[in-house]
Design a protein around this ligand. Sequence first.
Ligand SMILES: NC(=O)c1ccc[n+]([C@@H]2O[C@H](COP(=O)([O-])OP(=O)(O)OC[C@H]3O[C@@H](n4cnc5c(N)ncnc54)[C@H](O)[C@@H]3O)[C@@H](O)[C@H]2O)c1
Length: 407
Amino acid sequence: MKVIILGAGGRGRNYTRFCRQYGAEIVGIADPDTKKLEKLAMDFNISEDKMFHDWAEIMAKEKFADAVINATPDKVHYVSTMEALEKGYHVLLEKPMSDNEQECINMVEKAEKKNVILMVCHVLRYAPFFEKLKEIIDEERIGQLVNIEMTENCAYWHFVHSYVRGVFRNETISSPFILAKSCHDLDLIGYLTGKKCLSVVSEGNLKYYRKENAPEGAPDYCLDGCPHETTCPYFAPRLYLKQISLVGWPTQTISADTSFAARYEALKNGQYGRCVFHCDNDVCDHQTAIFNMEDGLIASFNMTGFSSENTRTLRFYGTKGDIRGHLERGELEVFDFLTKEKEVIKIQYETIQSGHGGGDLRLLYDFLDGVDKKGTNLKTLARLSLQSHLMAFAAERSRKEGKRIYL
Ligand SMILES: NC(=O)c1ccc[n+]([C@@H]2O[C@H](COP(=O)([O-])OP(=O)(O)OC[C@H]3O[C@@H](n4cnc5c(N)ncnc54)[C@H](O)[C@@H]3O)[C@@H](O)[C@H]2O)c1
């Protein structure tokens, strides 16, 4: 099994590791950021002849692998994937597929025409927590679903890292939050309920991280002597410098060299050292959407960037019982109206070896099994993942145009 990795960032690095664990051979890696490219090559012992500076350099060559893993930034997904599909590669594509509705549809059609696998990294479908939830729903333990509530609690530190200072902060370089992050949740709404979405209404805005909310005298960079150091929860040195060693996510993303001195330097005039009120961000910091699904089912989705917890919580209401869930704690509580009994199910995370509650690794292995024509359960083929993207585009239109949008 020969695999090409496009994008040597966080996701590309994860998939490289999992491919190696699986026993696949990495025959090409591409990234215009030389430092990241070289670091990935060095860490995984990938020779220089397999290193490329752009996805297009790889696609200009004759097909030389079985599959491509596309972990480039959102805006690069479409052209690179269309080229890879055209060349006959099976493609595992990071979400969101594209920030353009028609492009998402084009990719699905292209893969089907070329008869290759196009899978989208909706990793949560592979997380044991959501697999268990789906099993409970499919067994009709709470009868017919009537109403569901799902909340994406994005912790304040995660939100400012990715959506105020970071690469997903602005729609012109990334996509709206409900597409960039919450397409996972919208995907789960369709997957778990097995229902199609008919229409949506949504409200949301960028309420807080705006220039007019900057406290008096706050400079553009926290390290430029901000007088609010002790009172601002978003003060960058507190978020990124307190770890001395064992630097984890998100701190490891601010500089390739994670030493204290390099991180300090990165904050002095790099994007992660900026005052959260003086960034060029425009994505919503909170949003709510109500999806009208088939058969009278209503699904409400709430996302907030103002949470102490960094998790997803949910409540599913059925005709015979209800379910509460907390992803981070791995807890599902199933209540039966008839017997009044409550069962608490605990997902054991200790044995899970990858991000998204174990979903990252399991999805990748399933994709590679699919390419290898082993027995698979390809749960996130692009055609199946398409609905979540269409739901996100519709929610954005509703929010911006102030009206109900029919799908
Ligand atoms: N499935 C998930 O849950 C999940 C989680 C995080 C990110 N993502 C998605 O994964 C993708 C990558 O995210 P990331 O966090 O790894 O970002 P990242 O910025 O760490 O990595 C992206 C890499 O792509 C490289 N790149 C840019 N242009 C390129 C080109 N022309 N050819 C080859 N490489 C190019 C960048 O230099 C960068 O190193 C994004 O689409 C993101 O939305 C998905």
